[in-house]
Design a protein around this ligand. Sequence first.
Ligand code: F6P
Length: 486
Amino acid sequence: MNLVVVSNRVARANTNEPMTGGLAAALLPVVENSGAIWVGSSGRVRDGFQKEPLAEIEALGAGALAMLDLPAAHYGGYYEGFANSALWPALHSRSDLIRVTEGDYLSYREVNAFMARALLRFNKREAAFWVQDYHFLALGAELRELGVTAPVGFFLHTPWPAPCVIEGVPQHRELIEAMLGYDLIGFQTEADRDNFLGYVKTNLELAVHDDSVMSQYGRTRAAVFPIGIDAEKFSQQAAKATTHPDVLRLRRSLNGERLAIGVDRLDYSKGLVNRIRAFDRMWTANSHLARTVSLLQIATPSRGGIEAYCQLQNDVARLITDVNGRHGEVDWTPIRYLNKGFGQAVLAGLYRTAQVGVVTPLHDGMNLVAKEYVAAQNPSDPGVLVLSKFAGAANELDAALLVNPHDIDGMARALATALAMPLSERRMRHETMMERLRSHSIQQWFADFVEALRDSHSERTEASPRAAESPTLRPVRSLHSAARFH
Ligand code: F6P
């Protein structure tokens, strides 16, 4: 199988550049080793209609990285528009933040169609395509319309919401019908898969048997593949990172004080405001923790052109100023707040330095920071993970202190419990979580998905031989096709 991995954001080899988000960082080592071709955005845009979309290709381990300049006229509507102002809030069950225009949707479909055309050059013998994330929900259908009969799989890194929430996106039906162009759709959790299949049954009125559904494209299977990390490698990286200058400076500055750490993209799904309120409550209720415990909150700015993100940036900054103003002393800052990104190697050392890892999203597909925090700990004196029960990671890391991120008092109590936890209990919880991380590595996740894609594709072509010969049974892009502009 010649695997082609597709995502909006890609990562370059041999770089310790800060990376916004888990997907690119998580995929880099496995794609590198697999010999796959990884196709994504170059981060640049290009004017005019490109018949043969230009790809800048460079070596990536045993495979290659191909980066495309996306169409300038559609980039804004695609990325900041439909993907991140309509789909992202809907997928994270924030219906109140959904902002959608027909123009943004058309741009999203244009970029999906553009990517499909670009992928044709890789559609050779034994090719298989694996599409990542919500930026490309419709890419499977676009590829089928271009006559691609190869296996095409999709993995969603975010949650999938209840049917009534996704219905908040006006084009939900057309989009989800287009998703059925994939042979296999992977989700992080069972709840996500069940929500998706619930929609397919109720809204599309299609029968679901053994998590598979038959549509105009043939059979599509929906399955659960919780993404993992390379826990051993991350542990080693963390142990080594203790000599990194940033880590040494942090350690020196602590002066015996204990540290809690939060590392997030600056995103409303991450629950930053509630987290800061919980620390505020903790210091108010436990005066002995003032001056002896501080929070290092790294919040990497992202999607700054979207109003909800600007608003959040202001809210978080104002709240931190307020909390520091009330609890701080001339020689003590309760919350150290950094608006920038760090490379994986430094982060590993920062996690190892902190006695508490705070991962409290309101809703999150998986949250690899939770897994990385655990893997980074010193096994003989590990820190404690305080984890939102609404992160996908909570299904696996139930030996963490699980919290409801809407319950500020409950979170404040959990933080105090974490700080008081005896060594024996910390070790026991840590070892339980490490076992899980070791047995569900990112390498295993990658291999499981690829094998399931191969199987789903064979089942699909056996169940519906027409799907293999003539994939385009009926165009699904009625609105889109009518208004296509080049
Ligand atoms: O959660 C899914 C994900 O793809 C993450 O990997 C990443 O944090 C985010 O969404 C995408 O972020 P960006 O818009 O910065 O590419």
